[in-house]
Design a protein. Structure first.
Length: 260
């Protein structure tokens, strides 16, 4: 068959590769637990109070690879694999690199090459996740904590922004691989009070409302390939509806009663 006869058109529905990151306790793991038939690969011990199915705590890199292998080769009914968290997975990767190189710290490998060597392990993990997505039809959710990093924008002065708490090479690789990078946070308002003598006090006010931001802005890293709204409530069901091509934020008008 000629290549021109294989041309496709239109949106192709495929399992999502999603990274969600944010501050401690905002609800990232709960987001993952709300996904369709999830199984957690846990690299940190933080799922005690969440009702979910999970592999035993991974204490070395080989444990993570073994879990991916089981999900690929063994029969099961899971539809989503959640890695919680990738920044703790990074520690296991670094330990693996150090063991192979015979050093105590990844910083002992000169010229930053340790972080370059670690990319080989990252690619192995992402390849395993791709196999689960492409051949087992599983959705992928990667959970990460947030960090504040300095961003040297060539068009402006350097400024701070939120990003996944990963070494910059690994972070770039993971973000490029994912379809969506979502920033989970709290909605915060500011109140400015004039204290006199040309002094002003700015106070942060929060209601506890948790939201997802989907588009990159100076304050945070984010992206999506679905044309998502810039923000919506932190709820996996809303995200899943958008993935299906629905808009769950549109209110259905109540039917008008007709007179007799």
């Amino acid at each position: 068959m000629k290549l021109l006869e294989q041309v496709q058109r239109g949106r192709v529905a495929a399992p999502r590769r999603t990274t969600i990151y944010g501050p401690h306790g905002v609800g990232k793991s709960t987001f993952g637990a709300m996904a369709e038939a999830p199984i957690f690969i846990q690299t940190e011990d933080g799922l005690t109070n969440i009702d979910c199915e999970r592999f035993p705590l991974a204490t070395k890199y080989a444990d993570v690879i073994a879990a991916l292998g089981e999900l690929y080769t063994e029969p099961h009914e899971y539809r989503t694999v959640v890695v919680d968290s990738v920044d703790w997975l990074e520690r296991l990767i670094w330990a693996e690199v150090c063991q192979k190189r015979g050093v105590e710290s990844i910083e002992d490998i000169g010229y930053g090459k340790g972080y370059v060597f670690a990319l080989t392990n990252w690619r192995e993990v992402l390849s395993g996740l791709d196999a689960l997505r492409n051949e087992r039809g599983m959705h992928i959710i990667l959970i990460a904590h947030a960090q504040i990093e300095k961003f040297a924008n060539p068009e402006t002065d350097t400024y701070d922004r939120y990003s996944p708490r990963l070494q910059k090479l690994a972070s770039a690789l993971v973000q490029e691989w994912c379809d969506d990078v979502l920033f989970a946070t709290y909605r915060i308002h500011t109140k400015t009070t004039n204290e006199g003598f040309d002094r002003k006090r700015v106070q942060g006010i929060g209601t506890g409302e948790r939201i997802i931001r989907t588009t990159e802005r100076p304050a945070h890293v984010a992206k999506n390939r679905l044309g998502l709204p810039e923000e919506f409530p932190l709820d996996y069901r809303i995200y899943a509806a958008f993935c299906r091509g629905e808009n769950p934020l549109i209110e259905t008008p109540e039917p008008v009663e007709q007179g007799v």
